[in-house]
Ligand binder design. Structure first.
Ligand code: ADQ
Length: 459
């Protein structure tokens, strides 16, 4: 059996806990099962970048961690990854910074990282590269003489050509995707956008068998929607520790329903629009005032990027405005928590909420939507209100699907969810839970890795 080597910008804390993000949770589950190497940035910014990674072995996983220099950090991470690719791929051209120096830094760091990983690799390995920070990684690895299969999975949306061509170096960037043996996307829409780019902007061809030809090279591209560890997540709220937390929460709600939002504080998550929709619901349905509390959990992320400070201010102002407008001495409409919670604690909050309000303006998948469903009590489940622009909407179609830009429609869906009879809630929940169990994170990993290994297996 091939050894798995995972490459991602950030590697989860070695003593994995609390604030591991979507990618980290999924990858840890994969490596714990099969063992292998997890290579990426250590999170350390030092005077000069490492030339050899720090290696730490924990159980079956070997962590290989590289440090970045300040220049690398500014150009590759804060610059090109977070101020160019992230906003652009989420359709926020208005927030996208275009800076040639950052693009060069991005290419340089990808080469630097590939050079540090190459000596640790063997020809039987399968290398699985994750996300937009590392698009040119396979090309850099092949310059180091590495020939094993290398696959890439994009966790965020792939934008339509009209948006992508606004990137000055789009051909130079997309060309590097063709150094992979397999390129995976979250949804059909992302794959269609990629195909469209290949045909219209790169003069390439799309074969019936998933192959894609352009720039004089061939790769394979497919759809691999990421899942969660459904049964494990469903069991978390039942632990005694979480049940104690749930009792405290229930006491504080005094019989009111709770609506929950859980996100990294990011402008793609539609947080301000979400609070405004909640406000609209209270305005349209005065009888709901005093009967429902919204809990928004949004720990800060990417604090050094100015747009993130802006969204934080906007969210605080909106929450403050709504509470100022509607609060009573014994009821506050919005509880806004600016800190991360452990997965365990989060599972309890999700289970205690009658509505999961997941309304990103764009999202590759959105795992919180899936976690919300998994955490519910099947006898008395809550209702998921889900943005049509989250990748998860392609699978969780028994949710109430909304356009997050349409405040009135979200307010109506919220009201419908809060008043939905238990039979309908159960029906919708069972339909979604079935899909979450079969398309879980293990199935995602297995599908991607067997597709990546397919050529070698056939040989
Ligand atoms: P993210 O943008 O980070 O991931 P998401 O899919 O929602 O978004 O994953 C977040 C993960 O972090 C979830 O597991 C969630 O429980 C956890 N999390 C969120 N807020 C938290 C909080 N306040 N405290 C603790 N944990 C919290 C990127 C893409 C997504 C894609 C994932 C996986 O942007 O579209 O779904 O990768 O592919």
């Amino acid at each position: 059996m091939s050894r798995l080597v995972v490459v991602s910008n950030r590697v989860a804390p070695i003593k994995a806990k609390a604030s591991a993000g979507g990618l980290a949770v999924a990858v840890l589950a994969a490596l714990r099962e099969s063992g292998g190497i997890w290579f990426g940035w250590s999170g350390e910014v030092t005077h000069t970048a490492t030339t050899e990674p720090h290696v730490v072995k924990v159980g079956k996983i070997t962590y290989a961690l590289a440090d970045l220099s300040t220049e690398d950090y500014n150009e590759y991470y804060n610059g090109y990854a977070n101020r160019t690719l992230w906003p652009l791929f989420h359709y926020r051209l208005d927030l996208t910074a275009f800076d040639r120096r950052c693009f060069e830094g991005y290419l340089r760091v990808n080469s630097q990282l590939a050079r540090q990983l190459a000596p640790l690799l063997g020809e039987d390995d399968l290398v699985w590269v994750h996300d937009y920070h590392l698009i040119p990684f396979a090309e850099a690895l092949s310059r180091e003489g590495c020939r094993m299969p290398v696959g890439f999975f994009l966790h965020i949306p792939f934008p339509t050509s009209e948006v992508l061509v606004a990137l000055p170096s789009h051909q130079e960037l997309i060309r590097t995707l063709f150094a992979y043996d397999l390129v995976g996307f979250q949804t059909d829409n992302d794959l269609i956008a990629f195909h469209d780019y290949v045909v219209r902007e790169a003069g390439g061809k799309v074969g019936d068998d998933g192959t894609v030809h352009a720039f004089g090279r061939t790769t394979r591209a497919g759809v691999f929607p990421i899942g969660i560890d459904t049964d494990e997540f469903a069991a978390l709220p039942l632990t005694p520790e979480v049940q104690r937390q749930t009792e405290r929460l229930k006491a504080s709600l005094q019989g009111r329903h709770m609506v929950i939002g859980v996100d990294r504080l990011d402008y793609t998550k539609g947080l301000v629009e979400r609070l405004q929709a909640f406000e609209q619901m209270l305005e349209t349905y005065p009888a709901m005032r005093g009967t429902v509390t919204m809990l928004q959990v949004a720990p800060p992320s990417r604090g050094e990027v100015p747009e993130y400070a802006d969204i934080r201010r906007a969210l605080e102002a909106t929450a403050g405005h709504i509470n100022g407008r509607f609060a009573e001495f014994d009821w506050v409409p919005i509880r806004y928590l600016n800190k991360p919670f452990s997965r365990r604690a989060l599972s309890g909050l999700l289970r205690s909420s009658r509505v999961g309000l997941v309304t990103p303006l764009r999202d590759g998948m959105n795992l919180v939507a899936k976690e919300y469903v998994a955490a519910q009590d099947g006898d008395d489940p809550g209702v998921l209100v889900l943005s049509q622009f989250a990748g998860a909407a392609h699978q969780l179609d028994a949710a109430l699907i909304v356009n997050p830009y349409d405040m009135n429609a979200v307010a109506e869906a919220l009201h419908l969810a809060l008043t939905m009879p238990v039979e309908e809630r159960r029906e919708r929940w069972s339909a979604m839970m079935e899909g979450l169990r079969s398309d879980n994170v293990a199935a995602w990993r297995n599908r991607f890795l067997s597709a990546l290994d397919a050529d070698r297996a056939a040989a």
